[in-house]
Design a protein around this ligand. Structure first.
Ligand code: HEM
Length: 143
């Protein structure tokens, strides 16, 4: 059962990763005027809600011993960066500080990277090294 929560977490992380990739295509449709930005905005909102659910599942997986603490932190960072992504594209910021709004696509790349790390379920190279260094093999079931 507790492992099941982690599998739902991982499945949702993959969905988020795919949704973030789709965002690039939808942004492209808007930039090249093949469509409006409406679907891009709507999916962006959905992804924010999905990331909050992902964070709840991450905490549940941590409590049941199936997820490392740093991955819960990374999931929290994903939520924060998705909120930032929303703020970067607000009409008022676009009008008042377009140079800051220009960070929106760059932050999008970061979001894709983080969601991939979470969905893939493996350690980052430096995190794996830290773990080996500590000799922490007892909880090898953790991902
Ligand atoms: C991970 C990828 C992305 C996510 C999650 C995302 C999310 C969002 C969200 C939530 C909004 C609506 C903001 C609001 O309602 O105030 C938005 C707007 C916008 N996004 Fe993105 N975005 C992503 C990638 C990109 C990329 C790569 C571009 C490249 C050009 C882009 C261009 C824009 C533009 C121009 C707007 C404003 C549209 C308008 O004013 O109607 N986005 N984005």
């Amino acid at each position: 059962m507790s492992r099941g929560i982690y599998y739902i977490y991982q499945g949702l992380a993959w969905i988020l990763f795919a949704g973030l990739l789709v965002q690039f295509f939808l942004a492209g449709l808007g930039v090249f005027r093949a469509a409006t930005f409406r679907s891009h905005r709507t999916l962006g909102d959905v992804l924010i809600y999905a990331s909050v659910v992902l964070l709840i599942l991450a905490v549940a997986s941590l409590l049941t011993g199936n997820l490392d603490r740093w991955k819960v932190g990374l999931t929290a960072l994903l939520v924060v960066l998705l909120l930032l992504q929303y703020l970067l594209a607000t009409d008022s910021l676009q009008a008042g500080a377009p140079f800051i709004s220009a960070l929106h696509p760059l932050n999008g790349v970061l979001l894709v990277f983080i969601s991939y790390v979470l969905a893939h379920g493996h350690d980052l190279p430096w995190a794996a090294q830290t773990r080996v260094g500590r000799g922490a093999t007892a909880r090898s079931d953790r991902v």
